[in-house]
Design a protein around this ligand. Structure first.
Ligand code: FES
Length: 70
């Protein structure tokens, strides 16, 4: 079982570390097996969903969440 960590970046994507499989709604796998870190879009504006393509910077996406917040 891989040890997967997901980091919520300030004003940016989710960074997935640890060799996770990313599947679409039909169960088909995105080809990311050669990537050690995968950036998943959190702002909703990426043109390469579900992956981050940097658009969050252009739109001024702001979200800084902490685990201690409720
Ligand atoms: S979080 Fe980067 S494009 Fe959405």
């Amino acid at each position: 079982m891989p040890d997967v960590t997901i980091t919520v970046k300030d004003n940016g994507p989710y960074l997935v570390h640890g060799g996770a499989s990313i599947l679409d709604a039909d169960g088909n796998e995105f080809d990311v097996k050669d990537q050690k870190t995968i950036a998943l879009c959190r702002c909703g504006s990426s043109g390469t969903q579900p992956f981050c393509n940097g658009t969050h910077r252009q739109i001024g996406f702001e979200s800084e969440v902490r685990a201690s917040e409720e």
